[in-house]
Design a protein around this ligand. Structure first.
Ligand code: MRU
Length: 353
């Protein structure tokens, strides 16, 4: 790889495990305060995932895996049976936090598999294996992002990019998926301007993407979501690049609500539309996007903005994600290379390789 992570961002890792604690950049405080929080129990990690203190598919996966590592390092279980009871309870608590991003289940199942394959080992050795698997998940995420950053920047020409939500460093362990592509493009002078959608209802674009890309010196303009179509019509967008919470076997994918509208608009304006997602985000067990469970979040997220009430107390529909059919997609940038249509065939090939 041409660049190392520290040459691409000034940010530290968003999710870490230190001295038996899960240490996160607190995404609820940004952009007002840039602070970390150290979580000491599995329930605190689960709450952090539910409340979006940590969010973004790969970051959620890593945080959950570190939640199990936290259990391994702090458990007072007297024997293996007691520990297994605690382990499966923690696994369930973490699993039941958010339903859409498949990285959560992928990471938890990776750790569970290691435990089940070593059931006969000593308790101390099982605990060590859990911690080491969680570190592997985090390190592999950084490595995947670095690769995707280089692949993406290789296939994209100089131009203006529009992104939605936050698929940056904050949404992963480090660098981001989209974030890595943007950072390599920026390093090479290929990113002329970044358009950032504010991303209602909870403003991951305005609060998080605008903050982290500005922090790294990337030239950007923030727009409200309803401006994206006009900006495209004015010829000011060369590429749209987004992350994903779950890509399925035919290339359909779930991402932050609003992504589908952007994809339809991109097609109308002939703008290439890319997803950047590691293979940990690809769920080959689902055939089409219709099968992806879509999280619905509390109505307060829509009724308020930045803590202020902006609407009367009416009924609200608040799906956190939408599904974009693969026909709108130009390509999927993964750590194993770029996948182009036909997605069903080429995703299968990617997993066979
Ligand atoms: O609800 P969020 O903030 O967790 O949603 C995040 C997204 O939709 C991201 O685009 C996605 O997880 C990809 S992160 C690399």
């Amino acid at each position: 790889m041409k660049y190392k992570p520290e040459e691409l961002t000034k940010l530290p890792r968003s999710v870490q495990f230190r001295e038996g604690k899960v240490v996160l950049i607190d995404q609820l405080l940004l952009p007002r305060e840039f602070k970390t929080v150290a979580l000491e129990t599995v329930d605190e990690v689960a709450r952090a995932i539910k409340t979006l203190q940590v969010r973004g598919a790969p970051a959620i996966g890593a945080a959950a895996a570190y939640g199990l590592a936290l259990l391994a390092e702090t458990s007072k279980a007297k024997n293996k049976d007691e520990f297994f009871d605690e382990f499966y309870r923690a696994y369930e608590v973490l699993k039941n936090t958010r339903p859409t991003a498949v990285n959560l289940f992928w990471a938890l199942n990776r750790v569970k598999k290691v435990v089940e394959e070593h059931r006969e080992d000593s308790l101390e050795s099982i605990k060590r294996l859990i911690v080491s698997e969680a570190h592997k998940i985090a390190d592999e995420d950084v490595d995947a992002n670095l690769k995707m950053g280089h692949y993406g920047a290789e296939i994209l020409d100089e131009g203006n990019v529009l992104t939605h939500c936050n698929a940056g460093s904050l949404a992963t362990v480090h660098l981001g998926t989209v974030g890595a592509v943007l950072r390599v493009m920026h390093k090479e002078g290929k990113l002329k301007l970044l358009w950032v959608d504010e991303t209602r209802p909870v403003l991951q674009g305005a609060r998080l993407s605008a903050w982290e890309y500005h922090y790294d010196g990337i030239r950007l303009k923030l727009i409200s979501d309803n401006m994206a179509g006009f900006v495209m019509q004015q010829g000011k967008v060369d590429y749209i690049i987004v992350g994903a919470d779950r890509v399925v076997a035919n290339g359909d994918f779930a991402n932050k609500i609003g992504t589908y509208s952007l994809a339809v608009l991109a097609k109308e304006h002939g703008i290439p539309f890319f997803v950047v997602a590691p293979t940990s985000t690809i769920d080959m067990s689902l055939k089409s996007g219709k099968e992806i469970p879509i999280e619905e979040r509390p109505k307060e997220e829509v009724l308020t903005c930045g803590g202020c009430r902006i609407a009367p107390d009416v009924d609200v529909y608040n799906p956190a994600f939408d599904v974009t059919p693969h026909k709108y997609l130009t390509g999927i940038i993964t750590e194993k290379g770029v996948v182009y249509p036909p997605f069903e065939r080429n995703l299968k090939r990617l997993f066979r390789s």
